[in-house]
Design a protein. Structure first.
Length: 406
C-alpha cells in the first residue's frame, strides 16, 4: 500500500509531549549540521567531535574513541532498573549530493544519503531529554553512536570493545528513517526485518586464443555466462518458495578485443536471505555450481566468499514493546506497518545477536514536499517532522523497559 503512495499520514502533535516538541528546532539544527559535514566509515571525526561536544556541554557521561570514532553515552535515572541501549549510526556515503538546500553537503563526493544524520540527531536529543528528566525513568540508558554501518561495519568492533558491558545491557533498540514509508508510520515486526549481506568474488581461468579458432581455447567468457545463468537456479530450485533469497551477479569483466577469446574472467555478486539456515546452503551451492561448470569446460577458478552482516532478527518481546509504544505516537491501525521487510542489510544485526532487541523503520517520506527519493539517491532527503517522533518513541521505550515491576 505504501510502496506506491508516500503521501504523509496526519501527524497528531498531541501524541508527542510538549517538552519533546520543544526540542524540534534543536533536532533540525543538529541534523543539518551533521548533514553539511558527512564522513565515511571510521572517518567520522568531525561528527564524533560534535556529538562529544554536545554531550560534554550537557554534562552527560560518555566515552569516545571506541572502534576508532564510536561514542557511548550513559544516562542513569534516579531509580534502579534495567539497562537499555539505543544505537545510532553516524557515517555517510560516497555520493555527490544533488539537493539544492542551504544545508547541502560541504564535502565533495560525500553525502548523508541514508538518514544517518537524522539517526545521530535523534539519539543525541534523546540523551539530552533523558539527562534533563532523570526522575522520570528508572535504570540506565546507553546510547551507542556507531561508525561505519555502510561499510566495513562498526557494530562488531564496538561490541568487541565491550559497549554492551559495564553495565551489562538487557535490551537494545534502534531505528532507521525510512523513505519507503510515509511520514506518520512505523514499520515494526517480530523476526527477520532485514536480510543477511554477503558477497563473493570469482576469477575464472581459461585458455585464451584466436576468436576464429575456438577449439584451441577454453573460453572464460562462455564459462562465466554459464555460471551466471546457473547461479539463478539456486533460489529457483534450492530455496523453498516460502523463503526469500537473492543471488545477484553485479560485475562481469573479461576480454579486450573482438577477435580474441579471453583467458580470464572476473565476476562479483551479492547474496541476501532472511533465514540463517540459508547461510550454509547458498555459498555451498555457489561453489558447487562454479566448480562443476569449470570442470566441464576445462577451466579453473578461485572463489572468495565473504559473510558481511547477518540478518536483522527482532526479538518478539522487544518488537512488541516498540509496536505498543508506536501505537501511542502514530495513527492506528494504519500507521503501524508489520510487513515491512527489505533485502537491504544492516550491521545492527550483530547487536541483536548479542542481546534481545528491536530495529524498526520510522516513516520519513513526504511526496507533497518532494521528500521521497529513495535511500542512496543523490537527492535523498526526508521530512524532519520524523525527528521528534523518533525521540518520543525512544523515550517511551526507556520509560517502559527500564522500570522494575513491583
Amino acid at each position: 500500500m505504501f510502496a506506491t503512495s508516500l503521501s504523509p499520514l496526519s501527524v497528531d502533535s498531541s501524541r508527542i509531549r510538549p517538552k519533546i516538541q520543544a526540542l524540534q528546532p534543536m533536532l533540525v539544527e543538529l541534523r543539518r549540521r551533521l548533514h553539511q559535514r558527512p564522513e565515511l566509515g571510521f572517518r567520522e571525526h568531525l561528527t564524533a567531535e560534535l556529538v562529544s561536544q554536545k554531550l560534554q556541554e550537557w554534562g552527560i557521561e560518555h566515552e569516545t574513541g571506541i572502534a576508532n570514532t564510536g561514542i557511548v553515552a550513559t544516562i542513569t535515572g534516579n531509580k534502579p532498573g534495567k539497562v537499555l541501549a539505543i544505537r545510532a549510526d553516524m557515517d555517510a556515503l560516497p555520493i555527490q549530493e544533488e539537493n539544492d538546500v542551504p544545508y547541502r553537503s560541504q564535502h565533495d563526493g560525500v553525502m548523508h544519503a541514508c538518514g544517518h544524520d537524522g539517526h545521530a540527531a535523534i539519539a543525541l536529543s534523546t540523551a539530552y531529554y533523558l539527562s534533563e528528566h532523570r526522575d522520570d525513568f528508572a535504570g540506565t540508558v546507553k546510547i551507542i553512536f556507531q561508525p561505519a554501518e555502510e561499510g566495513p561495519g562498526g557494530a562488531k568492533p564496538m561490541i568487541e570493545a565491550g559497549v554492551l558491558q559495564n553495565p551489562q545491557v538487557d535490551g537494545i533498540i534502534g531505528l532507521h528513517l525510512w523513505n519507503n514509508l510515509p511520514l506518520g508510520t512505523v514499520g515494526v515486526r517480530t523476526g527477520a526485518l532485514m536480510a543477511a549481506t554477503e558477497g563473493f568474488r570469482c576469477t575464472i581461468q581459461g585458455k585464451g586464443g584466436h576468436g576464429a579458432i575456438p577449439h584451441q581455447t577454453v573460453d572464460s567468457i562462455l564459462v562465466s555466462a554459464h555460471i551466471v545463468t546457473a547461479l539463478q537456479t539456486i533460489v529457483a530450485r534450492n530455496v523453498s518458495p516460502l523463503e526469500s533469497a537473492v543471488v545477484t551477479v553485479g560485475e562481469l569483466h573479461a576480454g579486450k578485443a573482438l577477435n580474441v577469446i579471453a583467458d580470464t574472467a572476473f565476476l562479483t555478486g551479492t547474496v541476501r536471505y532472511f533465514n540463517p539456515v540459508l547461510g550454509e546452503l547458498i555459498p555451498q551451492r555457489i561453489e558447487q555450481i562454479i566448480a562443476g561448470i569449470c570442470q566441464s569446460h576445462g577451466a579453473t577458478y578461485q572463489l572468495d566468499y565473504k559473510r558481511l552482516y547477518p540478518p536483522v532478527i527482532n526479538d518478539a518481546k522487544m518488537a512488541e514493546l516498540v509496536r505498543s509504544v508506536a501505537e501511542g505516537v502514530v495513527e492506528t491501525p494504519i500507521g503501524i506497518v508489520p510487513e515491512c521487510q527489505t533485502m537491504g542489510g544492516e550491521d545492527m544485526s550483530f547487536f541483536l545477536q548479542a542481546v534481545p532487541g528491536c530495529y524498526f523503520f520510522l516513516g520519513s517520506a513526504n511526496v507533497e514536499k518532494e521528500l521521497a527519493y529513495p535511500h542512496h539517491h543523490p537527492r535523498f532527503n526526508f521530512d524532519e517532522t520524523a525527528l521528534e517522533m523518533g525521540v518520543e518513541i525512544f523515550v517511551r521505550c526507556v520509560e517502559i523497559f527500564c522500570r522494575v515491576e513491583d
